[in-house]
Design a protein around this ligand. Structure first.
Ligand code: PYC
Length: 309
C-alpha cells in the first residue's frame, strides 16, 4: 500500500488537491525541468491523484515541491485530468490557504516557483490571497476562425500562464444550466483555433455581461480536459487583463472584477510588464479547505492509476 497525503480546498468553487507528501522524486533542477520529468515518467501518478475513481475531471492537482532557489517558499506543479498545467491561479490561492491551514505559511508575500516562472502568493488572512502572476500578454487581436457548425468566431489569443482564446462578446448564455452547450461550443472553437494558429491554445474563455452589476464581466472557461472552471480562472483572468490593458481599457492599479459562471469573483489589477504591451497581473480570491486525507494505492487494484481519458 502506498499512501499519498493530500489537503483539498476550493477557490470560488474550483477544487485543488495539494499533494503534501508521498509524491514522486523528480530529482533536482528548476520547476520546468521537474515538470518535464513528471510529465514523461510519472503520468500514472498524475492520473492516480486526479482521475476517477479517486478524483474527477474538474479536480486540479498540485504537487508541492522543494524550491530550486532556497530563498523561495516552495515550488508547485499543477496538473489536471489530461496533463500538466503551466500555471494555475485558483490553485495558487488554494495552495497558499492550504499551507496556512497546515501552519506552514504566515500572512505576507511568498515567492512560489512554477514551471512557467516565479509567482508571488500574498496571504492576507486564513482564506484570502493574491497571486502576482507571471508576465502576461496578448499575442493576437481580433482573429477570426471558422468553427464547425457555428461559422465565424472572433477573439484574441493571449498568454496568462496558460494559452487562451478569448471571445469578448459571446452570443451564448453564460449560466450553469447552459454548461453542456457552452462546453460543446468552446470545444469546437478550440479545435478551430488549433487548426488555424501555432500557439498551443488549450483554454477557451467566453465572456459576457456580469449577473451582478458590481462586477465587470462574467466568463465561462473551458479547461484542456473539457472540464469547465467553476472559478473565474486565475490564468484566464490574467489573459483577459492583458487584453484590456493592450486595448487601453484598464489602467495600472484599476480593479477588474471578474465573475465566473458560478458567480464567484476574482479581483484583478495590472502593473506594466517588462516587454512592451505586457502586464504583470495580480489576482485576488478566497479559498477554503475542504478535506485532509490520505489517498491509498493498493498494488493489487487494477484501477490503481485511475481511469485515463
Ligand atoms: O485558475 O488559472 C486557473 C485555472 C487554470 C485551470 C483551472 N483553473
Amino acid at each position: 500500500m502506498h499512501r499519498i497525503q493530500v489537503v483539498e480546498s476550493h477557490t470560488g468553487g474550483e477544487p485543488t488537491r495539494v499533494v503534501v507528501a508521498g509524491g514522486p522524486d523528480l530529482g533536482g533542477g528548476t520547476l520546468a525541468d521537474r515538470a518535464a520529468v513528471f510529465r514523461d515518467r510519472f503520468d500514472t501518478f498524475r492520473s492516480c491523484v486526479v482521475n476517477e475513481p479517486r478524483g474527477s475531471d474538474v479536480l486540479v492537482g498540485a504537487l508541492l515541491c522543494e524550491p530550486h532557489d532556497p530563498a523561495n517558499a516552495c515550488g508547485v506543479i499543477f496538473f489536471n485530468n489530461v496533463g500538466v498545467l503551466g500555471m494555475c491561479g485558483h490553485g495558487t490561492i488554494g495552495l497558499a490557504v492550504t499551507l496556512a491551514h497546515l501552519g506552514r505559511l504566515k500572512p505576507g508575500a511568498h515567492r512560489v516557483e512554477t514551471p512557467v516562472g516565479v509567482v508571488t502568493a500574498t496571504l492576507h488572512d486564513r482564506s484570502r490571497a493574491t497571486v502576482r502572476n507571471v508576465e502576461s500578454f496578448r499575442k493576437r487581436k481580433d482573429v477570426s476562425v471558422d468553427v464547425d457548425g457555428l461559422g465565424c468566431v472572433t477573439g484574441d489569443i493571449a498568454w496568462g500562464g496558460n494559452w487562451f482564446f478569448l471571445v469578448k462578446n459571446s452570443l451564448e448564455e453564460l449560466r450553469v444550466g447552459n454548461v453542456d452547450r457552452l462546453t460543446d461550443v468552446a470545444w469546437r472553437i478550440r479545435r478551430a483555433v488549433n487548426r488555424a494558429f501555432p500557439e498551443p491554445v488549450d483554454h477557451v474563455e467566453l465572456l459576457g455581461p456580469p449577473a451582478d452589476p458590481a462586477n465587470h464581466a462574467r466568463n465561462f472557461v473551458l479547461c484542456p480536459g473539457k472540464a469547465y472552471d467553476r472559478s473565474p480562472c486565475g490564468t484566464g483572468t490574467s489573459a483577459k487583463l492583458a487584453c484590456l490593458y493592450a486595448d487601453g481599457a484598464l489602467q495600472p492599479g484599476e480593479v477588474w472584477r471578474q465573475e465566473s459562471i458560478t458567480g464567484s469573483v476574482f479581483e484583478g489589477t495590472v502593473e506594466p510588464g517588462r516587454e512592451p504591451g505586457a502586464v504583470v497581473p495580480s489576482i485576488t480570491g478566497s479559498a477554503y479547505v475542504t478535506a485532509e486525507a490520505a489517498l491509498v494505492v493498493d498494488e493489487s487494484d487494477p484501477l490503481k492509476y485511475g481511469i485515463k481519458g
